[in-house]
Design a protein around this ligand. Structure first.
Ligand code: FAD
Length: 160
């Protein structure tokens, strides 16, 4: 499964949640099992391992943030995956009471509307309450490695 599905290139996100608007209560983790689900209403989902602390945290708070990482944020993705710790790089901004990572390309503040058990993961479907985005290059994950995105042709791909 890992070798086959690792050939589906993805971006990298940090999923965050907090019981209250205080930095002491924030919990974050790296996730690439993130997808857009619906435009109207605006829904996304994250697939979280039942072994991750995040799974229980989201069930408790009923809200989560998704920060889609920029190309220079690989150290943060390692930090929030339990790898090399870089606490000095971690800075949160708050949107509608949800913590998000400073410097990310996109911020989504979500309220959980459904959580589906799915094997050893839980699919947490979130309604997007507020979003924000910036231009820039994303961090890319492919075959278990972090990559940079290389543009082919013209950089105006919104015509579909
Ligand atoms: P922990 O392992 O306890 O914490 C995660 C890390 O975040 C720790 O290093 C901790 O120091 C740091 N941290 C947490 N809160 C804060 C805070 N407030 N301030 C500073 N640091 C903090 N797992 C999935 O379930 N789904 C996925 O889609 C997924 N995708 C992944 C994609 C990539 C590219 C990688 C590298 C890993 C992915 N993982 C995924 C694995 C997941 O990131 C790890 O298993 C993670 O350790 C699980 O986090 P946890 O909730 O158990 O918390």
């Amino acid at each position: 499964m890992r070798k086959a599905l690792g050939r589906f290139a993805s971006g990298v996100t940090i999923v965050t949640t907090a019981e209250s608007e205080s930095e002491d209560n924030v919990h974050g983790m790296t996730a690439n099992a993130f997808t857009s689900v619906s435009l109207d209403p605006p829904l996304v989902l994250v697939s979280i391992s039942t072994r991750a602390r995040m799974d229980t945290k989201i069930a408790e708070t009923g809200r989560y943030g998704v920060s889609i990482l920029a190309g220079d944020q690989e150290p943060l993705s390692l930090h929030f995956a339990g790898g090399t710790q870089q606490p000095d790089l971690v800075r949160f901004v708050w949107r509608t009471g949800v913590p998000l990572l400073e410097g990310a390309l996109v911020h989504l503040a979500c309220t959980v509307i459904d959580s589906h058990p799915a094997g050893d993961h839980t699919l947490h479907v979130g309604r997007v309450d507020q979003l924000w985005y910036d231009d820039g290059r994303p961090l890319v994950f492919y075959t278990g490695s972090f990559r940079a995105l290389e543009l082919q042709g013209r950089d105006d791909g919104w015509g579909f």
